[in-house]
Design a protein around this ligand. Structure first.
Ligand SMILES: *[C@@H]1O[C@H](CO)[C@@H](O)[C@H](O)[C@H]1NC(C)=O
Length: 311
């Protein structure tokens, strides 16, 4: 009884612990992490270096890649350490800090994806005014707004979270610290936290989702109205990479929150969380570079340049 009442110093992330040998997981996650860092940093470098990629679309993509480098770094490095050492505990401060940066990145990602679809909407539905509307200044403002919205919503949620006291159970059956599992461990009244989280969660995720959806509805209606099959295809290829990325990200995000968290579906939850937290930052650079001729050309060109310099 006494033990139960003493406040815990640390939490334990049960994560994938019981599923597979830690060593295999370490190698797997190390590969995923390395691949996403290399992919995302490569996109940032390519877009910065190549004149042909100095367009709003690639400017946003560069910013998204920068964000995803941070995003995946909020979760995986800590996981790798715990796979290596076998130590699954995380301090309460560390847990809240992880959630702070993770939540900030998720909300910013949602806003950036919305800005990117707005950009595609203008390019496809308002082609004549596109270059005057989407100038360098607006691009900067839109990315800046995305980062600020992400920062603001999650700073408020976290400010509620730090006021909670923890005094009993300290096991989180997940591989990272998310707000609800964290709040559920608290012995304070968590109604306010949960209310704030749902309102701000709506602002941080729901609102940009609706913006994205609205842009794509307009885009699809517009593309369907185009008579010639060739221009129809051309209009669609400029946004198909982004559409795939958006679908993967929101698809897994919604499944995580829609599927009820029962005993039997718990593993399914983890798999979908794994999708939007870890797999999307790895897949995005692949989707963009394999599907976009311009990115591929920029890549080949810089490889050739590098080869010439070496030989
Ligand atoms: C993305 O945009 C934000 C806000 O404008 C800026 O601070 C950040 O440096 C940008 N990152 C990249 C990689 O372009």
């Amino acid at each position: 009884m006494k033990k139960n009442l003493s406040s815990p110093e640390t939490f334990t992330l049960l994560g994938f612990g019981n599923l597979l040998a830690l060593r295999i997981l370490f190698v797997l996650f190390f590969a995923i992490y390395a691949l996403s860092l290399v992919g995302n940093l490569l996109i940032v470098l390519l877009v910065a270096a190549d004149q042909h990629l100095h367009t709003p679309m690639y400017f946003f993509l560069m910013n998204l890649s920068g964000l995803e480098t941070c995003y995946i770094s909020t979760i995986v490095p800590r996981m790798l350490v715990s796979f290596l050492t076998g130590d699954r505990s995380i301090s309460i401060k560390g847990c809240i800090t992880q959630y702070y940066f993770f939540g900030f990145c998720v909300a910013t990602e949602c806003y950036l994806l919305a800005m990117m679809s707005f950009d595609r909407y203008l390019a496809i539905c308002k082609p004549l005014h596109y270059s005057t509307i989407m100038n360098g200044r607006l691009c900067l403002q839109l990315t800046f707004t995305s980062w600020m919205c992400g920062l603001l919503t999650n700073t408020i949620i976290t400010s509620f979270l730090v006021q909670l006291t923890f005094c009993g159970p300290n096991e989180i059956d997940d591989f990272f610290c998310d707000v609800y599992p964290l709040a559920n461990l608290s012995c304070s009244n968590t109604q306010l936290v949960k209310l704030a989280t749902s309102i701000l969660g709506y602002m941080g995720i729901g609102f940009p989702f609706l913006l994205t959806l609205a842009s794509y509805v307009r885009i699809i209606l517009n593309v369907l109205r185009i008579k010639s099959k060739v221009s129809q295809q051309k209009a669609f290829t400029t946004c198909s990479s982004h559409l795939i990325v958006v679908t993967l990200f929101y698809g897994s995000l919604f499944l995580v929150y829609v599927i009820p968290e029962t005993e039997t579906l718990k593993e399914l939850h983890k798999i979908f969380s794994f999708f939007y937290t870890i797999l999307t930052p790895m897949l995005n650079p692949l989707i963009y570079s394999l599907r976009n001729r311009e990115v591929k050309e920029a890549l080949f060109k810089s490889v050739r340049k590098f080869g010439n310099r070496v030989s």
